[in-house]
Design a protein around this ligand. Structure first.
Ligand SMILES: *[C@@H]1O[C@H](CO)[C@@H](O)[C@H](O)[C@H]1NC(C)=O
Ligand SMILES: *[C@@H]1O[C@H](CO)[C@@H](O)[C@H](O)[C@H]1NC(C)=O
Length: 361
């Protein structure tokens, strides 16, 4: 049976023709892989990539108006007679609105706001010093700010410099700035990006309790474009350190311990459409901007109102089940509960970050 089918098959397609068809098929496959290669490889991630080792989640207790002594005790810690000093260290790109919310939230607990900005992006494009030219907006924290400018290198035409190298250099530079700001042993140091905001009660707890582990990752609720689109609790890169002789500023995995539900991470939470395009070309994954039309303002506006992906990518997940679960748009939330206080108090000025406010200027 099988043989007769094969016979008639070869009869209808002489070898030469078969070869041409095969060539066309291979060409189509190559074009598909070339244009959608990243998508295809992301879809098959469960086959080629292993998830990072799992974190150990430290339970986190909090309710309004419960005494600090009781909260410390619930975590197995004891209360201090004096709070630790807190240093907040960030490398700044262009997230001015998020920076204002961050510093207003943390101001009551922070001793120094240490901020480093560069005159080039991680991808080597010259950029304005957004913080320097908007300092008036941060006058409320003037006495606490320690600001450094990192002299960036521009990528010369045709050469390629790894954006992750630029990023690592700036993370090294911020160590010097922290030293200059007067950080010393037993102070708390927040290492995070500007858009990874620890909740104030988390910082207060860690500064008031003794027995806190020296390095803690912070599990942050991850939002995309605004607080209208909560993604999940996958954000883990932010850390709080008890400063010691070996402390170095990093933004990567440093320990297995993560403190649950410790704040917010709002990615691409910009006021203006042009800021989205800037960030898309500036940040370390800028190679994801594969086509010019990705930066088209009307496309960006449509995507941030529907909760879709700016780079048209598949979710980074490690099982097929999780990829399929996370495919498609982020479900919209109508909750503006448990968000930064300053955001709610100034809701009129931050409509774009709140439910129903997706249309940008
Ligand atoms: C919290 O405690 C303060 C003073 O102890 C009190 O004035 C305030 O009403 C309390 N707030 C709540 C929500 O219970
Ligand atoms: C960045 O600043 C450094 C030091 O001031 C300077 O040498 C360099 O030319 C600047 N780069 C750009 C792109 O402005």
């Amino acid at each position: 049976m099988a043989r007769s089918i094969r016979l008639s098959y070869t009869k209808r397609y002489p070898p030469k023709l078969l070869f041409i068809y095969l060539l066309i098929l291979v060409t189509i496959c190559m074009i598909a892989i070339y244009t959608h290669g990243e998508k295809i490889s992301y879809f098959f991630r469960p086959l080629w990539d292993k998830p990072p080792p799992p974190f150990r989640r430290l339970p986190h207790f909090y309710a309004e108006n419960v005494s600090m002594e009781h909260l410390c005790k619930l975590h197995g810690w004891s209360i201090r007679s004096q709070p630790r000093r807190v240093f907040d260290g960030i490398i700044f790109n262009n997230e001015l609105d998020i920076l204002e919310i961050r510093w207003r939230e943390l101001d009551p607990f922070v001793t120094k706001f240490v901020i480093l900005e560069s005159n080039t992006t991680f991808t080597g494009i010259p950029k304005p010093l957004y913080f320097s030219s908007n300092q008036a907006r941060f006058a409320f924290a003037e006495k606490k700010i320690v600001h450094g400018v990192y002299p960036g290198r521009t990528a010369s035409c045709g050469s390629y410099e790894d954006p992750f190298v630029h990023e690592a250099e700036q993370r090294r530079a911020i160590n010097g700035l922290l030293f200059f700001a007067g950080i010393s042993n037993d102070d708390l140091l927040i290492m995070s990006d500007a858009d990874e905001i620890p909740s104030p009660h988390t910082v207060k707890l860690l500064q008031w309790c003794d027995g806190v582990p020296p390095i803690l990752h912070l599990e942050l609720r991850h939002y995309m474009y605004s607080f209208e689109f909560p993604v999940d609790y996958s954000s883990w890169r932010a850390t709080i350190h008890t400063y010691g002789p070996g402390t170095l500023y990093r933004h990567s995995r440093q320990t297995d311990l993560i403190f649950s539900d410790a704040g917010w991470h709002c990615s691409f939470c910009f006021r203006q459409l042009q800021e989205f395009a800037f960030k898309m070309t500036a940040y370390s994954h800028a190679n994801r901007v594969k086509r010019r039309e990705y930066l088209d303002p009307s496309r960006i506006q449509k995507i941030i109102c529907s909760g879709d992906d700016l780079f048209d990518m598949l979710p980074e997940e490690y099982t097929f089940q999780d990829i399929i679960k996370r495919m498609g748009s982020i479900p919209r939330s109508a909750s503006a509960v448990h968000l930064p206080k300053y955001l709610i108090e100034n809701a009129a000025n931050f409509r774009f970050l709140l439910p129903g406010g997706c249309l940008r200027e």
